[in-house]
Write a protein that binds this ligand. Structure first.
Ligand SMILES: [Zn+2]
Length: 448
């Protein structure tokens, strides 16, 4: 617009005309009517975020009112296609959301708050399969940085996002006998989800649940929406000769990490999205050099977590299937590029190899592969549980718990009984898979 207005003669006139033009733009409403198609909340330790999914960019204004505390958000020329009563409010600092349609096509949203808040409202352009969004960040005023109760936060399960590669129009690799990568990897992903769901402290979430295609950037965006702690993409390899075989595990390459960090910095909307990642800081209003440093730190930390977990998955796979590579490979796969979610891509075998194609089809082998991936990722996450999770709380609790050294004649049940706890709890606190114990072994005794 600066370029265009420079054509006008005198500076004073130029400004008046600019203002007139702006007013005209606002009045004419070139953006058209906006529909609020959905609402989502994200509860962070220090803020609550409300995201409105919009059909088109919105014109908005926001102000707060006291007694009781609330935030009023007015959207010009807008309507609502979502029932705010359906919005999950648990762990947020929102007490309720109400809506009213005002004269002139204005939509008013009233956010009832549990106390005085500072607020930031900003718009995000479509990115990674998400449309126009309006984001309301609410921070409770006055200290107490950990607003949600520590108990509620500590109960959080570790969320593992499981991405079955390809789908729908994209069958992935094709093998002998009509076996398709997209079907095999979905079956393995479903088994893997079931294993996480059956494990206390974990939850598996499928990025795609059926035979349809999800764009690559949308897969990572969905993991972010799910507040995933870990991301696993499942594939099967193919080669133009039938000989290559075996599984491989990939983490992001350093080069991929560097270029992605530059990309994130270049895309302003992503920086706002990073709240909740990167140690829950917003990069939106930071100095670019500092923002770059923060992203690099996050990327480096994430990549080292991915490599550690990857090593465990390689070991677990190696115990159950042939390996194509005995170390964690690194490549610039798009789905591995979340700056703040450790991510792995597992090539479960070569679908172009007739024997592996047959194995990949067999439910028993699928189960074995899921078991290996599960075991590797779980072992890593149990060793380094993400902050705020049930497992992290349990680990902190066990750090100062009493110890017991096993003597001749002890059994798990007698030790448990003597300490007034049940055997299952004793086993889980010590990560024991069986009842077998040995003299001299030291057990942690969890509090009853
Ligand atoms: Zn693939």
């Amino acid at each position: 617009m600066g370029q265009f207005l420079a054509g006008f003669a005198r500076p004073c006139l130029r400004r008046a005309r600019a203002r007139a033009l702006l007013t005209l733009l606002l009045l004419a409403g070139p953006l058209g009517a906006t529909t609020v198609e959905g609402m989502r909340t994200h509860a962070g330790p220090e803020h609550t975020r409300l995201v409105l999914d919009l059909s088109a960019p919105a014109r908005w204004s926001a102000f707060t009112l006291d007694n009781p505390a609330r935030l009023v958000l007015d959207l010009a020329d807008a309507d609502l296609a979502f029932d705010p009563a359906r919005l999950p409010l648990a762990q947020t600092t929102l007490a309720g959301v109400r809506s009213a349609e005002k004269a002139g096509g204005e939509l008013r949203l009233v956010l009832d708050l549990d106390g005085p808040h500072d607020h930031t409202v900003f718009a995000l352009d479509p990115v990674a399969g998400m449309g126009h969004r309006l984001v309301v960040d609410l921070r409770p005023q006055g200290a107490k940085p950990a607003a949600p109760s520590p108990v509620a936060e500590a109960q959080r399960a570790i969320v593992v996002a499981i991405d079955a590669g390809h789908g729908g129009e994209d069958p992935g690799a094709l093998g002998p006998g009509g076996v398709r990568e997209k079907d095999v990897v979905l079956a393995i992903a479903q088994r893997l989800k079931a294993k996480f769901d059956a494990t206390p402290g974990f939850r598996g979430e499928l990025i795609r649940t059926g035979d349809y295609y999800v764009p690559l950037r949308r897969r990572t965006a969905r993991a972010r929406d799910l507040r995933a702690d870990f991301f696993i993409s499942i594939h099967a390899d193919a080669f133009d000769s039938p000989q290559p075989r075996g599984a491989s595990v990939y983490a992001l390459s350093q080069r991929g990490a560097t270029s992605e960090s530059a990309r994130w910095l270049a895309a302003k909307e992503n920086q706002s999205d990073l709240i909740g990642g990167v140690g829950a800081v917003s990069l939106a209003d930071r100095d670019p050099v500092l923002a770059q440093v923060l992203i690099d730190i996050a990327m480096t930390g994430t990549l080292s977590q991915s490599l550690l977990a990857g090593g465990r998955v390689v070991d677990a796979l190696g115990a159950r299937t042939r390996l194509h590579s005995k170390r964690v490979e690194q490549a610039g796969f798009v789905v591995l590029k979340s700056p703040d979610i450790p991510s792995l891509l597992v090539e479960t075998g070569f679908i172009s190899n007739p024997e592996e194609a047959r194995l990949l089809r067999s439910p028993r082998h699928q189960s074995r592969l899921a078991e290996a991936i599960f075991e590797g990722v779980r072992a890593h996450l149990e060793q380094a549980p993400p902050p705020g999770t049930l497992l992290a709380a349990r680990q902190a609790q066990l750090a100062d718990a009493p110890r017991y050294k096993i003597r001749r004649g002890d059994t798990l049940s007698t030790i448990a009984a003597r300490h007034g706890i049940d055997t299952a709890r004793l086993k889980s606190a010590n990560n024991l898979a069986s009842d077998r114990i040995r003299v001299g072994q030291v057990l942690v005794i969890p509090r009853s």
